[in-house]
Design a protein around this ligand. Structure first.
Ligand SMILES: [Zn+2]
Length: 259
Protein backbone atom coordinates (compact mmCIF):
# COMPACT_ATOMS: atom_id res chain seq x y z
CA UNK A 1 0.00 0.00 0.00
CA UNK A 2 1.45 3.40 -1.01
CA UNK A 3 1.65 6.03 1.75
CA UNK A 4 -0.16 9.17 0.58
CA UNK A 5 1.93 12.36 0.81
CA UNK A 6 1.61 15.94 -0.44
CA UNK A 7 4.03 15.02 -3.26
CA UNK A 8 2.20 11.96 -4.58
CA UNK A 9 -1.37 12.97 -3.64
CA UNK A 10 -2.43 13.54 -7.27
CA UNK A 11 -0.33 10.75 -8.80
CA UNK A 12 -1.76 7.99 -10.96
CA UNK A 13 -0.57 5.32 -8.51
CA UNK A 14 -2.38 6.92 -5.57
CA UNK A 15 -5.52 7.49 -7.69
CA UNK A 16 -5.51 3.80 -8.58
CA UNK A 17 -5.27 2.65 -4.95
CA UNK A 18 -7.25 5.28 -3.08
CA UNK A 19 -10.65 6.70 -3.85
CA UNK A 20 -11.20 10.40 -3.16
CA UNK A 21 -14.34 12.52 -2.90
CA UNK A 22 -13.84 13.86 -6.43
CA UNK A 23 -13.19 10.36 -7.78
CA UNK A 24 -16.34 9.10 -6.05
CA UNK A 25 -18.39 11.93 -7.56
CA UNK A 26 -16.83 11.26 -10.99
CA UNK A 27 -17.95 7.60 -10.76
CA UNK A 28 -21.47 8.67 -9.82
CA UNK A 29 -21.55 10.95 -12.88
CA UNK A 30 -20.12 8.45 -15.37
CA UNK A 31 -18.23 5.27 -14.53
CA UNK A 32 -16.57 5.06 -17.96
CA UNK A 33 -15.27 8.64 -17.81
CA UNK A 34 -14.10 8.24 -14.20
CA UNK A 35 -12.10 5.12 -15.07
CA UNK A 36 -10.56 6.72 -18.18
CA UNK A 37 -9.54 9.70 -16.03
CA UNK A 38 -7.86 7.47 -13.43
CA UNK A 39 -6.00 5.60 -16.17
CA UNK A 40 -4.82 8.89 -17.65
CA UNK A 41 -6.68 8.26 -20.92
CA UNK A 42 -8.89 11.26 -20.47
CA UNK A 43 -8.05 14.62 -18.96
CA UNK A 44 -10.77 16.99 -17.90
CA UNK A 45 -9.91 20.39 -19.35
CA UNK A 46 -8.73 22.96 -16.77
CA UNK A 47 -10.87 26.03 -17.18
CA UNK A 48 -10.13 29.60 -16.16
CA UNK A 49 -13.03 29.22 -13.75
CA UNK A 50 -11.19 26.42 -11.92
CA UNK A 51 -7.93 28.35 -11.87
CA UNK A 52 -9.52 31.37 -10.16
CA UNK A 53 -10.70 29.09 -7.36
CA UNK A 54 -7.19 27.63 -7.08
CA UNK A 55 -5.70 31.15 -6.98
CA UNK A 56 -7.90 32.11 -4.03
CA UNK A 57 -7.21 28.74 -2.32
CA UNK A 58 -3.47 29.24 -2.79
CA UNK A 59 -3.70 32.69 -1.21
CA UNK A 60 -5.36 31.39 1.95
CA UNK A 61 -3.03 28.41 2.03
CA UNK A 62 0.00 30.71 1.88
CA UNK A 63 1.25 29.12 -1.36
CA UNK A 64 0.39 31.89 -3.83
CA UNK A 65 4.07 32.31 -4.87
CA UNK A 66 4.21 28.68 -5.92
CA UNK A 67 0.87 28.95 -7.74
CA UNK A 68 2.07 32.02 -9.66
CA UNK A 69 5.31 30.22 -10.63
CA UNK A 70 3.28 27.30 -11.99
CA UNK A 71 0.75 29.46 -13.85
CA UNK A 72 2.51 32.25 -15.77
CA UNK A 73 -0.63 32.46 -17.94
CA UNK A 74 -2.39 34.49 -15.24
CA UNK A 75 -0.30 37.54 -16.27
CA UNK A 76 -0.71 39.85 -19.24
CA UNK A 77 2.30 40.62 -21.45
CA UNK A 78 3.02 43.80 -19.51
CA UNK A 79 3.42 41.74 -16.33
CA UNK A 80 0.18 42.85 -14.66
CA UNK A 81 -2.48 40.34 -13.57
CA UNK A 82 -5.21 39.46 -16.07
CA UNK A 83 -8.52 41.02 -15.07
CA UNK A 84 -9.98 37.68 -13.82
CA UNK A 85 -7.17 37.42 -11.29
CA UNK A 86 -7.46 41.06 -10.31
CA UNK A 87 -11.04 40.15 -9.50
CA UNK A 88 -9.77 37.15 -7.53
CA UNK A 89 -7.75 39.63 -5.45
CA UNK A 90 -10.96 41.59 -4.86
CA UNK A 91 -12.77 38.40 -3.72
CA UNK A 92 -9.88 37.76 -1.31
CA UNK A 93 -10.16 41.28 0.09
CA UNK A 94 -13.89 40.80 0.68
CA UNK A 95 -13.25 37.55 2.58
CA UNK A 96 -10.45 39.18 4.59
CA UNK A 97 -12.87 41.82 5.77
CA UNK A 98 -15.04 39.08 7.38
CA UNK A 99 -13.85 38.17 10.85
CA UNK A 100 -15.80 34.92 11.16
CA UNK A 101 -14.73 33.68 7.72
CA UNK A 102 -11.10 34.43 8.57
CA UNK A 103 -11.53 32.51 11.83
CA UNK A 104 -12.47 29.44 9.79
CA UNK A 105 -9.51 29.94 7.43
CA UNK A 106 -7.19 29.66 10.41
CA UNK A 107 -5.98 26.11 11.02
CA UNK A 108 -3.78 23.39 9.63
CA UNK A 109 -3.75 23.71 5.83
CA UNK A 110 -4.03 20.90 3.26
CA UNK A 111 -3.90 18.13 5.84
CA UNK A 112 -4.04 14.65 4.32
CA UNK A 113 -6.12 11.86 5.86
CA UNK A 114 -6.50 8.28 4.69
CA UNK A 115 -8.78 5.49 5.83
CA UNK A 116 -11.21 2.86 4.61
CA UNK A 117 -14.90 3.11 3.85
CA UNK A 118 -16.70 -0.21 3.28
CA UNK A 119 -13.28 -1.83 2.86
CA UNK A 120 -12.21 0.64 0.14
CA UNK A 121 -9.11 2.79 0.74
CA UNK A 122 -9.93 6.50 0.65
CA UNK A 123 -7.86 9.68 0.79
CA UNK A 124 -8.73 13.31 1.37
CA UNK A 125 -6.94 16.62 1.67
CA UNK A 126 -8.64 18.98 4.10
CA UNK A 127 -8.30 22.67 3.18
CA UNK A 128 -8.37 23.85 6.80
CA UNK A 129 -8.30 21.41 9.71
CA UNK A 130 -9.24 22.97 13.01
CA UNK A 131 -8.28 20.25 15.43
CA UNK A 132 -11.14 18.97 17.62
CA UNK A 133 -13.29 21.73 16.13
CA UNK A 134 -14.09 21.65 12.42
CA UNK A 135 -13.25 20.54 8.88
CA UNK A 136 -13.36 23.57 6.58
CA UNK A 137 -13.39 23.66 2.79
CA UNK A 138 -12.96 26.83 0.75
CA UNK A 139 -15.28 27.18 -2.26
CA UNK A 140 -15.28 29.76 -5.02
CA UNK A 141 -18.60 29.55 -6.86
CA UNK A 142 -20.06 31.27 -9.91
CA UNK A 143 -22.97 32.31 -7.69
CA UNK A 144 -25.13 30.82 -4.94
CA UNK A 145 -28.18 30.19 -7.14
CA UNK A 146 -29.91 26.78 -7.06
CA UNK A 147 -28.73 24.45 -9.83
CA UNK A 148 -30.93 22.20 -11.97
CA UNK A 149 -29.71 18.60 -11.83
CA UNK A 150 -31.35 16.13 -14.26
CA UNK A 151 -33.67 13.66 -12.48
CA UNK A 152 -33.21 15.52 -9.18
CA UNK A 153 -34.62 18.94 -9.98
CA UNK A 154 -33.41 22.22 -8.51
CA UNK A 155 -30.90 21.77 -5.74
CA UNK A 156 -29.03 24.22 -3.53
CA UNK A 157 -25.51 24.82 -4.93
CA UNK A 158 -23.76 22.82 -2.20
CA UNK A 159 -25.87 19.73 -2.95
CA UNK A 160 -25.81 20.15 -6.74
CA UNK A 161 -22.00 20.17 -6.64
CA UNK A 162 -21.88 17.17 -4.30
CA UNK A 163 -20.28 19.00 -1.38
CA UNK A 164 -22.48 16.94 0.96
CA UNK A 165 -20.83 13.81 -0.48
CA UNK A 166 -17.40 15.40 -0.05
CA UNK A 167 -18.25 16.38 3.53
CA UNK A 168 -19.43 12.85 4.36
CA UNK A 169 -16.16 11.34 3.13
CA UNK A 170 -13.92 13.95 4.78
CA UNK A 171 -15.78 13.69 8.07
CA UNK A 172 -15.50 9.89 8.13
CA UNK A 173 -11.76 9.87 7.30
CA UNK A 174 -11.09 12.50 9.98
CA UNK A 175 -13.18 10.50 12.46
CA UNK A 176 -11.12 7.36 11.76
CA UNK A 177 -7.86 9.27 12.39
CA UNK A 178 -8.74 11.91 14.96
CA UNK A 179 -11.47 10.00 16.77
CA UNK A 180 -14.17 12.68 16.54
CA UNK A 181 -16.91 13.48 14.08
CA UNK A 182 -16.28 17.18 13.36
CA UNK A 183 -18.64 19.66 11.70
CA UNK A 184 -18.07 20.13 7.95
CA UNK A 185 -18.09 23.81 7.05
CA UNK A 186 -18.01 25.52 3.64
CA UNK A 187 -16.18 28.86 3.58
CA UNK A 188 -17.55 30.15 0.30
CA UNK A 189 -17.46 33.18 -1.98
CA UNK A 190 -18.88 33.89 -5.44
CA UNK A 191 -17.14 35.26 -8.51
CA UNK A 192 -19.89 37.79 -9.13
CA UNK A 193 -18.82 41.39 -9.78
CA UNK A 194 -19.83 42.06 -6.20
CA UNK A 195 -18.98 38.73 -4.56
CA UNK A 196 -21.46 37.07 -2.22
CA UNK A 197 -20.08 35.28 0.83
CA UNK A 198 -21.31 32.34 2.89
CA UNK A 199 -20.13 30.33 5.86
CA UNK A 200 -22.23 27.19 5.98
CA UNK A 201 -22.16 24.12 8.20
CA UNK A 202 -23.72 21.18 6.36
CA UNK A 203 -26.55 19.32 8.05
CA UNK A 204 -25.38 16.24 9.95
CA UNK A 205 -28.24 13.94 8.97
CA UNK A 206 -27.58 14.69 5.29
CA UNK A 207 -23.87 13.89 5.79
CA UNK A 208 -24.81 10.63 7.55
CA UNK A 209 -27.17 9.72 4.71
CA UNK A 210 -24.51 10.48 2.08
CA UNK A 211 -21.96 8.37 3.98
CA UNK A 212 -24.36 5.40 3.82
CA UNK A 213 -24.55 5.88 0.06
CA UNK A 214 -20.74 5.98 -0.16
CA UNK A 215 -20.66 2.69 1.76
CA UNK A 216 -23.11 1.23 -0.78
CA UNK A 217 -21.39 2.52 -3.92
CA UNK A 218 -17.66 2.53 -3.17
CA UNK A 219 -17.11 -1.26 -3.42
CA UNK A 220 -18.52 -1.32 -6.97
CA UNK A 221 -16.43 1.70 -8.03
CA UNK A 222 -13.32 0.11 -6.53
CA UNK A 223 -14.15 -3.11 -8.39
CA UNK A 224 -14.34 -1.15 -11.66
CA UNK A 225 -10.87 0.31 -10.93
CA UNK A 226 -9.55 -3.21 -10.38
CA UNK A 227 -11.11 -4.48 -13.63
CA UNK A 228 -13.60 -6.75 -11.84
CA UNK A 229 -16.69 -4.89 -13.09
CA UNK A 230 -17.26 -3.24 -16.47
CA UNK A 231 -17.85 0.52 -16.23
CA UNK A 232 -21.24 1.75 -17.43
CA UNK A 233 -21.18 4.56 -20.00
CA UNK A 234 -23.60 7.44 -19.36
CA UNK A 235 -23.65 8.28 -23.11
CA UNK A 236 -24.11 11.93 -22.20
CA UNK A 237 -20.85 13.34 -20.88
CA UNK A 238 -17.94 14.79 -22.87
CA UNK A 239 -15.95 11.56 -22.55
CA UNK A 240 -18.83 9.40 -23.83
CA UNK A 241 -19.43 11.81 -26.72
CA UNK A 242 -15.75 11.70 -27.61
CA UNK A 243 -15.57 7.90 -27.58
CA UNK A 244 -18.99 7.31 -29.16
CA UNK A 245 -19.32 4.85 -32.03
CA UNK A 246 -22.21 6.06 -34.15
CA UNK A 247 -24.56 3.43 -35.52
CA UNK A 248 -27.73 3.84 -37.50
CA UNK A 249 -30.68 3.87 -35.13
CA UNK A 250 -34.43 3.93 -35.60
CA UNK A 251 -36.59 6.77 -34.40
CA UNK A 252 -38.39 5.77 -31.23
CA UNK A 253 -42.13 6.24 -31.45
CA UNK A 254 -43.72 6.90 -28.08
CA UNK A 255 -47.46 6.60 -28.77
CA UNK A 256 -48.07 3.77 -31.24
CA UNK A 257 -51.59 3.13 -30.05
CA UNK A 258 -50.24 0.89 -27.30
CA UNK A 259 -51.63 -0.17 -23.93
ZN1 LIG B 1 -20.20 9.40 -19.81
Amino acid sequence: MIRVTAENYYSKEVAQEYMSASQYKAFLDCEAAALAQIRGEYVRPVTTALLIGSYVDAHFEGTLDLFIAKHPEIFKRDGSLKSEYEHADYIISRIEAQREMMYYFDGEKQKIFTGEIAGVPFRCKVDIFKEAEAIVDGKIMKDFEDVYVPEQGRLPWYEAWGYDKQGAIYQELVRQNAGAKLPFILNAATKETEPDLDLLQLNQSILDFELEKVEENAPRFDGIKKGIFEPVRCEKCAYCRRTKKVKLRMQEVLCDGGE
